[in-house]
Design a binder for this molecule. Structure first.
Ligand code: GLN
Length: 489
């Protein structure tokens, strides 16, 4: 009972099914770990203890009656707090929604629940998923399990910290410009952003609707595949959901005949640690049979500029519904309708969110739309075309997930400097491509680094397969941060 946190999700599920542990034992074990460690990590905004124990009892009952058990039976799963679990708070780490109870389950939640997942709690994030460090949470920042003075990344930093510290074995995130992959890289775990449309966005609080995608965090690529088998389904409630049959993921351990494209020029300014690690990853892939080819994706240098126009424009529209009337805590000082809107939004939103709403409103305003929004859309199309051209010569593109390992909390005074850290994660969102971050080793400060593999649209299965071969050869994702490796719990 003392080492359940050393299991992968699949290992834990199988030992539950074999009867080695009860679901109640598993639930109690992880709830105790959360209780013990959440204070220092700030990973969870709410813990779903009673609900989790109830579900665990039901699972034990189901097993005792030899009824079929779901694919996620007994796996503790954390949920980013911008996804709805019916009857629970969805705060989006915003004061504005601190009392908001979700009226329905997100589709991804319903699918996981049907497969007998045990939801542990709702995880911390940058307010409305806007940020790269978790410092924009209205409540408290989350910390990196490898070094508590560092950021776990963002915006899904709470989910990444929870899985890296083994307070849950899987977590969900949402990825609009890197919010799953960058925190996964910073925390030394695996994170996957599916093809746009592969996972339903129904029940996810929208940020940039043409970019948002739900995906999993886990401590192994096989657990990512398992989660995708569960949540990668067509959903009639999301008009952008792909109408494709569910996929399964055989996981090979070599890369024979696979062509990996490297955008050498785009990567020319990599710092020494990141470069050495990336070169090592390329050698690993070579040794597994991959052919490394050079590709031209120099246009990706415009990604950040395009993203901060498209994402903020969409955010300004999406966040209009938080007005103290339809959604959000209403200001008590307001005396008329106008003031309700004004004061509620003033009190409810944090600084970064306000800034993005204003930026987005500006780029959409009459007179500026052509200069900013339309131009950004045109460059977005060029980026999509550049990827299509690159994929004529390769099966996947490789690059680091971020320019460096996790940075210290409060490292950036200038927000633009922090925006620039997303240069490698944003392109996959602009082009709607599946992309994974898989642990690739450590820098000279012993902080984890991540390798990113990006595939053509709909190639979620191959991307996950390549990452699996890489993980099989390297095994970095099995490393547990020393602070959280102790027994028990
Ligand atoms: N870091 C990016 C931003 O600040 C991406 C966030 C995300 O993917 N939700 O918007």
């Amino acid at each position: 009972m003392s080492d359940l946190h050393h299991f992968t999700a699949i290992e834990l599920r199988d030992s539950f099914i074999r009867g080695e542990y009860t679901a109640v034992q598993i639930a109690e074990f992880f709830l105790k770990r959360i209780e013990k460690h959440n204070q220092q990590l700030g990973a969870f905004l709410s813990i779903l203890g009673p609900r989790m124990l109830l579900k665990a009892e039901q699972l034990d009952h189901k097993r005792s009656q030899n009824k079929p058990l779901g694919k996620l039976a007994g796996i503790p799963i954390a949920i980013k707090d911008n996804m709805h679990i019916a009857g629970e708070i969805t705060s989006c780490a915003s004061k504005f929604l601190r009392n908001y109870k979700a009226p329905f389950d997100a589709t991804a939640i319903r699918l996981m629940e049907q497969e007998d997942a045990l939801f542990t709690g709702k995880t911390n994030l940058d307010e409305f998923a806007m940020g790269s460090s978790n410092e924009n949470s209205a409540f408290f920042p989350s910390h990196n399990p490898w070094d508590l003075t560092c950021s776990p990344g963002g915006s899904s930093g709470g989910s990444a910290a929870a899985v890296a510290a083994r307070l849950s074995l899987i977590a969900t995130g949402s990825d609009t410009g890197g919010s799953i992959r960058q925190p996964a890289g910073f925390c030394g775990i695996v994170g996957f952003k599916p093809t746009y449309g592969r996972v339903s966005r129904y029940g996810l609080v929208a940020y940039g609707s043409s970019l948002d995608q739900i995906g999993p965090f886990a401590t192994s690529v096989a657990d990512i595949a398992l989660t995708m088998e569960t949540i990668g389904r067509h959903c009639p409630h999301d008009s952008t959901s792909l109408d494709l049959p569910p996929e399964s993921y055989p996981l090979p351990t070599n890369l024979h005949e696979i062509r990996i494209g490297v955008p050498t020029k785009f990567l020319e300014n990599l710092k020494p640690d990141a470069k050495a690690n990336f070169d090592h990853s390329l050698n690993v892939m070579r040794s597994l049979g991959a052919k490394i080819t050079e590709i031209d994706l120099d246009i990706l240098k415009y990604s950040i500029a395009v993203y901060y126009i498209v994402a903020t424009a969409e955010a300004s529209t999406n966040l209009a519904r938080f007005d103290g009337i339809r959604y959000g805590v209403r200001s008590k000082e307001a005396k008329n309708l106008e003031e309700i809107y004004e004061f509620s939004r003033q009190d409810g939103f944090g600084k970064e969110v306000k800034k993005r709403i204003m930026l987005g409103t500006y780029v959409l305003s009459a007179g500026f739309q052509d200069a900013f929004y339309k131009k950004a859309q045109k460059v977005r199309t060029l980026i999509i075309e550049a990827f299509e051209k690159a994929f004529a010569d390769c099966d996947a593109v490789a690059m680091p997930i971020a320019p460096s390992a996790a940075f210290p909390l409060k490292a950036f005074n200038d927000p633009i400097e922090m925006y620039l850290q997303d240069i490698f994660s944003i392109p996959a969102n602009l082009a709607g491509l599946p992309a994974i971050s898989v642990p690739s080793g450590f820098d000279s400060n012993k902080m984890p680094l991540g390798l990113q593999l990006i595939g053509p649209q709909m190639c979620d299965v191959p991307v996950i397969q390549y990452a699996h071969a890489f993980e099989h050869a390297t095994q970095f994702s099995r490393k547990i941060p020393p602070l959280f490796n102790g027994n028990p719990p």
